[in-house]
Write a protein that binds this ligand. Structure first.
Ligand code: KDG
Ligand code: MG
Length: 413
């Protein structure tokens, strides 16, 4: 069974998505997500110029060999563009293999290890009343695990706080699919003040814990903004509020920073949404510096590569916590759901519901109910790409914001 056609599809149902569609000579179709938020066309071009010509005529069943061919064969290894492209090929080939077998993909990964995936949503508010309202909406929608992000006094906008007030969680609520990568010719500039953040956040989590009680699973994302000692101080100060995890406390390049954080706090740590390969995790796993792996199928080289990362993590009792913002397409999310159902060391799955337009384009068959995600039971990933809908949503340039400190210097966003 040979790959006969490989198409790179770019569409923007409110936000940009890059999808690879492979078709075999006997008519099986597989989809892979190659979306790199704010740098979408770089992956589309890498795929179109350098990968697609190598795929035509290859045996669609040789997933591992194709992965090695694209990874080793480029000589220039790793990096977000290359690994998103390889991920898309890998995911599409798994989709095809499962369709040929007539099974939902999770069955090829070892079958179901659980009834569903505990999923967390994103609650946010510029102030406490707005944040409480957002948490209540998530509870009403069935979430039992919620990420909490808050406005900071003195800062007009902050990462993770939906730009429209009272952003809802419901299917069909366009405000929920909030897009940190904003359309335009260049990035929006946000202001950041680390001391103001560190003063304010413990009070927010104390208030939320006391308002919503001990049962609710709470998470918080620092988005790579602190130095090691600032992160250690934050982790320690949040211990009384029993977080499920504190995410991305320090910039991802400096693995050793988490040693310092670990020396001071028992708050569980998650990192990895910007990692690309298993080697990025090596020190973190072997020194047991983290508790959860944040890589998405889309950004870590696909199902083949992420499965190896999870197995390596399991050696150290480290669990999955797959990245699932709305910039991972329903194809990437479906792949994560199939993996999460099967792997032994599943922890939690991030789940921001996509917009109605996005669901119309991809028609995913996974479902969310009672705080859990389940994949569909049809063959493959359970996602179908609608070309007619895609035509109505052409690509539009968009950039993630950048951060500047009060003196004008650049800071991690
Ligand atoms: O494109 C950037 C987003 O994927 C990122 O900001 C989302 O940090 C994120 C999260 O935890 O979902
Ligand atoms: Mg994050």
């Amino acid at each position: 069974m040979q790959i006969a056609k490989a198409e790179v599809l770019v569409a923007s149902p409110g936000r940009n998505f890059v999808t690879l569609r492979l078709t075999t000579d006997d008519g099986f179709v597989g989809l892979g997500d190659a979306t790199l938020n704010g740098r979408e066309l770089a992956v589309a071009s890498y795929l179109g110029e350098h990968v697609v010509p190598l795929l035509i005529g290859r045996d669609a069943h040789q997933i591992e060999d194709t992965w090695q061919y694209l990874y080793r064969g480029a000589y220039w290894r790793g990096g977000p563009v290359t690994m998103a492209a390889i991920a898309a090929v890998d995911t599409a080939l798994w989709d095809i293999k499962a369709k040929v077998a007539g099974l939902p993909l999770y069955q090829l990964l070892g079958g179901a290890s659980r009834r569903g995936l505990l999923a967390y949503g994103h609650a946010s508010g510029m102030d406490l009343p707005e944040l409480y309202a957002s948490i209540r909406e998530h509870l009403e929608a069935g979430y039992t695990a919620i990420r909490v992000q808050s406005g900071i006094p003195g800062l007009p906008s902050v990462y993770g706080v939906a730009s429209s007030r009272n952003a809802g969680v419901g299917d069909g609520d366009p405000r929920y699919d909030h897009e940190p990568a904003r359309r335009g010719a260049g990035p929006v500039e946000e202001a950041w003040d680390t001391r103001a953040y560190l003063r304010h956040v413990p009070a927010v989590l104390e208030a939320v814990r006391s308002e919503f009680g001990p049962e609710l699973v709470l998470l918080h994302d620092v988005h790579h903004r602190l130095t090691p000692i600032q992160a250690a101080k934050l982790g320690k100060s949040l211990e009384p509020y029993d977080l499920f995890w504190l995410e991305d406390v320090t910039p991802a390049e400096n693995s050793a920073a988490l040693r310092r954080v670990r020396e001071h706090t028992t708050t569980p740590l998650a990192i990895g949404e910007v990692f690309n390969t298993i080697w990025d995790y090596r020190q973190l796993f072997e020194e047991q510096l983290i508790d959860y792996v944040r890589s998405a199928v889309t950004h870590a080289g696909g199902i083949t590569a992420l499965r190896r990362i999870f197995d390596y993590a399991a050696v150290y009792q480290i669990k999955s916590g797959v990245h699932g913002p709305t910039d991972v397409s329903p194809v990437g999310l479906a792949a994560a759901i199939h993996m999460g159902l099967a792997i032994p060391n599943f922890g939690i799955q991030e789940y921001m519901r996509h917009s109605t337009e996005t669901h119309e384009l991809f028609r995913p068959s996974y479902a969310f109910a009672d705080g859990m995600l389940v994949p569909g039971e049809g063959p493959g990933l359970g996602v179908e790409y609608d070309d007619a809908i895609a035509q109505a949503h052409p690509y539009a340039a968009a950039y993630l914001p950048v951060n500047r400190l009060r003196d004008g210097s650049m800071h991690d966003w």
